[in-house]
Design a protein around this ligand. Structure first.
Ligand code: SAM
Length: 359
């Protein structure tokens, strides 16, 4: 869906850049080696035009992965026939969706990551959520990443939550907050470090408990078990804490991490998406992600043995998702760090390209 451009104040741009975009991307050139080959792919019309020539899919196309059965499309989440087409006979038991948050990310309001009136945004949300409900399994987890714009009445998070009350068959299960490592703040306000993840369920899907790498350090929850006074560490199943619904152990994607995909400004951390797959699906299950972007869910599914059906309205992001999967299979790397995912593009890339050492 190509949306109209709306201008925002530069203050709001800066805020959203800090809240939702990758930190320090693209970075200043240092020692001539660690610079991403280009800025945002959705915001540079000339670059987009060049790169579209390297994209194997056109709007409406679906790529069927011959190796693991994943599918990647250039489709519109608001179109019921397109969502039904990529899902086919499958019934996903896990849906991980990270739609545009209705903020102008960084300093550009672009068609794929845009700001529109809340009425139009909610109509968009209503359509894609209903399309997901139509294709999901009888028992399924449904996750949605969303934000709240402090300069615009905290929209769209509360509006979306209220909308979800009327969605047939979906019940609220949790509200998770991911704490970003790097945030935005002034001396006169709390630093904004949060991203919200809404969790709903359809039917009664299974859930598997996982643990973080963070050791338990608090003791003292005493309880008598079989006549013996025990403290919490003796009783627990792991020496590490569970993630709970406030995740403090997830690093944001940025250009120095292997998983970084240059040109993608809204990439979710692989660790967060893998946590959803591990807790809320099993080996061999089908996962649907209607907003592919950098292909994080696709790579997570490949690594964890889930079959991922995913698409993006923008052919560039569908291409990047497929390339990220192929690159992972070829090199074992989850992204390109600051190197160019389009090495065939002459003259516009870092000479190191993907052929260079990644660390
Ligand atoms: C926030 S990003 C998703 C980030 C993704 N989770 C990742 O880790 O890379 C949202 C994506 O949704 C895409 N998009 C916007 N409108 C869409 C629509 N109607 N249907 C499908 N994709 C859409 C944008 O092009 C953008 O790439």
């Amino acid at each position: 869906m190509w949306l109209s451009y709306v201008s925002l104040s530069s203050r709001s741009y800066a805020l959203q850049n800090e809240l939702f975009a990758k930190p320090n991307s693209p970075p200043p050139r240092r020692a001539g080696r660690t610079r991403e080959p280009f800025g945002r792919l959705d915001a540079d019309a000339a670059l987009r035009e060049r790169l579209l020539g390297y994209c194997r899919l056109h709007p409406g196309d679906i790529w069927n992965d011959p190796e693991a059965g994943h599918r990647v499309g250039v489709l519109d989440a608001t179109k019921s026939d397109q969502v039904a087409e990529i899902v086919g006979e499958d019934r996903p038991c896990l849906l991980v969706n990270d739609p545009p948050y209705n903020v102008a990310v960084g300093s550009a309001n672009t068609p794929s990551l845009s700001k529109q009136g809340i009425g139009a945004y909610m109509a968009f949300s209503d359509r894609w959520v209903r399309n997901c409900i139509d294709v999901m399994g009888e028992s399924a987890h449904f996750y949605v990443w969303l934000g709240a714009d402090v300069h615009d009445g905290f929209q769209p998070l509360p509006d979306f939550i209220i909308m979800m009350r009327d969605m047939p068959g979906l019940s609220p299960r949790n509200l998770i907050t991911l704490r970003n490592q790097r945030g935005y703040g002034t001396q006169k306000n709390w630093m904004w470090v949060r991203q919200e993840l809404l969790h709903y369920v359809h039917g009664s899907p299974d859930f598997a408990v996982t643990y973080t790498d963070i050791p338990k350090i608090l003791r003292g929850y005493y309880k008598t078990v079989n006549g013996k006074r025990t403290e919490n560490l003796e009783r627990s199943r792991s020496e590490n804490i569970r993630p709970g619904n406030v995740w403090v152990d997830v690093q944001q994607a940025f250009y120095r991490l292997e998983e970084n995909v240059p040109g993608c400004y809204a990439q979710k951390p692989l660790k967060a998406i893998e946590r959803l797959l591990l807790t809320s699906s099993k080996h061999g299950d089908v996962v649907l992600d209607c907003f592919a972007h950098s292909g994080t869910t696709l790579v997570a599914g490949e690594r964890l043995g889930r079959r991922v059906l995913t698409f993006d309205v923008d052919p560039l992001f569908a291409e990047l998702s497929i390339r990220r999967l192929e690159n992972y299979r070829k090199t074992g790397r989850t992204g390109w760090q600051w190197h160019n995912p389009f090495p065939e593009m002459e003259g516009a890339c870092d000479a190191a390209g993907t052929a260079g050492p990644h660390r």
